[in-house]
Design a protein around this ligand. Structure first.
Ligand code: PLP
Length: 379
């Protein structure tokens, strides 16, 4: 059987990794400033994480949600404490798209409505309702085209207010747009969005799948705006590569048996991964490191020739060039052995290193990047 060919692949085969470094089959070492689509939060194969997962697997790796799994409570307790959402409840699932699907269902069960307001440039996943809320017609099939999903211009409060009515089930917005090229919502915009949701009894869903888990320098990016959404979705950095995701749900929502469900969600191994990540974030003060390293990287890249704008918060950084960035990314990868990310904005590179990246590691990128930009100018 062949693999169904949906990904353009780089000719690199990673065989091991540690921290911010990946080694391929040929023995070449790469600096990873992208974490495989923003997933690696505490560094590849962190010893504490490896130990926690290995010990758990020796005990029990999986059982379904028909039995008690105390690790789920431990994970929920730690997540509540570290994020500041101690009074919320947690539903565990497996991916970002799945978390958003469940968030939409919860909102709709809660207020009985069905219209979702999303934003231009948004990405919420590739499954049914998640892709309907995603602003990319190229990944949406006819079955996903639904009049229940409407789009307002990002950061445009008048456009949003005109769409949010007492028919609106929920408003969904990323803490920071990732795939859209690292676009930060204005603080005033988020505050007004929350006000409009309260006024119309629409549910405010913050998709923190990419921007959450300390990436912005706060546990959640929306916390810079001091808003309190009704529902928050998380995935990516939550498991540092182990598939685990979650929906944080306000105490106003009343659960009912079988309202939501999953076979794999919240299994023993997934919880061990989630707990290990939270322990490392706390023990290594990674929110502080994300803030410090993020502002260092932004300050060092901002003045460089060929750069139009450096955007983002903490270690979620978008570097917009004056020209398409595809060749620059390839040169960084194949000549300098540095992984960076692309975005739906063809001029914008995404930089999402592990949250414990060191200054010396960022300096390797800064040197290589300025050299690549310089040589492209000459060429
Ligand atoms: N939401 C956001 C903000 C994302 O960036 C992504 C993935 O890139 C998703 C949801 C979907 O997550 P997953 O690929 O785990 O389904």
């Amino acid at each position: 059987m062949n693999l169904f060919d949906v990904y353009p692949l780089f000719d690199i085969e990673p065989v091991k990794a540690l921290g911010a470094w990946i080694t391929d089959k040929k023995g070449d070492r790469y600096l990873d400033l992208y974490g495989g689509h923003a997933v690696i939060s505490v560094g590849h194969s962190h010893p504490y994480y490896v130990d926690m997962l290995s010990r758990q697997l020796h005990k029990i790796g999986f059982y379904s949600n028909s039995v008690k799994i105390p690790l789920q409570e431990e994970l929920a307790d730690k997540l509540g404490r570290q994020s500041g959402y101690i009074d919320y409840s947690l539903f565990l699932c497996n991916s970002g798209a799945e978390a958003n699907e469940n968030a939409f269902k919860l909102a709709s069960f809660h207020n009985g409505r069905k219209e979702i307001v999303a934003f231009t440039g948004s990405f919420h996943g590739r499954t049914s309702a998640a892709v309907s809320a995603t602003d990319d017609p190229s990944i949406s099939a006819p079955v996903n085209h639904s009049p229940n999903f409407v789009f307002a211009a990002f950061n445009d409060i008048e456009a949003a207010e005109s769409l949010i009515t007492d028919k609106t089930c929920a408003v969904v917005i990323e803490g920071m747009q990732g795939v859209g090229g690292v676009q930060v919502p204005d603080i005033g915009f988020l505050k007004k969005l929350q006000e409009k949701c309260h006024a119309t009894s629409a549910i405010l869903i913050l998709d923190e799948v990419q921007s959450g888990y300390g990436r912005s320098g706060r546990f959640f990016a929306h916390q810079f705006a001091e808003i309190k959404p009704d529902i928050i979705t998380v995935a990516k950095g939550m498991g540092n590569g182990f598939p685990v995701a979650g929906v944080l749900i306000s105490p106003d929502f009343k659960p009912r048996h079988s309202m939501l469900g999953t076979t794999f969600g919240g299994n023993h191994l997934a919880c061990a991964a989630g707990i290990a990540v939270l322990d490392i974030i706390e023990q290594e003060a990674l929110l502080e490191n994300a803030l410090a390293m993020g502002s260092y990287l932004a300050s060092q890249t901002k003045g460089m020739e060929g750069i139009k704008e450096v955007r983002g918060l903490g270690l979620m950084i978008g570097i917009e060039l004056d020209f398409p960035c595809a060749d620059i990314r390839k040169q960084l990868l194949f000549n300098d052995k540095i992984f960076t990310g692309s975005s739906s904005n063809k001029n914008t590179l995404r930089i999402l290193p592990p949250l414990n990246i060191k200054k010396e590691e960022l300096d390797i990128f800064i040197g290589a990047f300025s050299h690549v930009l310089e040589s492209n100018k000459v060429a």
